[in-house]
Design a protein around this ligand. Sequence first.
Ligand SMILES: [Cu+2]
Length: 212
Amino acid sequence: MRFSTTQFLTGFLTTIPVVDAHVKIVYPVLRGPNVFQNQVLFCGGYNETGTRVPFPLNNGFVLFTTAHPHWTVGIQISTDPDPNSFAAFHTANGSDQLAVPYYQSQGTQGCVPVNIGALGLPGVSDGSNVTLQFVQNASDGDLYQCMDLTLSSNFTIPSNIQCVNITTIPNSTSSSTPSPTSTIKSGGALDSMQISSLLGLSAFGFLFSNLL
Ligand SMILES: [Cu+2]
């Protein structure tokens, strides 16, 4: 039955045009359930810190899907125990504190490597609490999603979550002007059923949430 359902979903997804789709974080878990119309708001509409989830201190990644064919993405980081405003993700001089510098790329899914341990943020180490704010800028403006994390030096992302369509991150010490980056296909395509099980959603929940 699983096979036939997957077949059905695959066929359905390829025949229905996607009119609008913001962005959907596949991994890690968000601060609160994704509400597409609230993605234009700080932390996707969630001001309060959510339940923290473990995340690798080094060599983590954020996996997302989107229907915007071309996008700019970056990831802000806050060490505030309860970051509830954009200012909590700023440096002392008011600029964004970035775990991943903004860069341009394309594709309906992306995997953004996040190496927090290498950032050299004061006091950030094994066991630290941090919050990431993923930012995507595409045809309909800036979109925000937050992830409340506890860093662990021995936590490994489950192997059933594949980092597909790894995007090349420009060297943060190079020119500040983002330029298009090539994408590297790694691993197999994400399976609809796999994603839906990761998200704890039914197959139809996954389907329709991607069409919104
Ligand atoms: Cu959109």
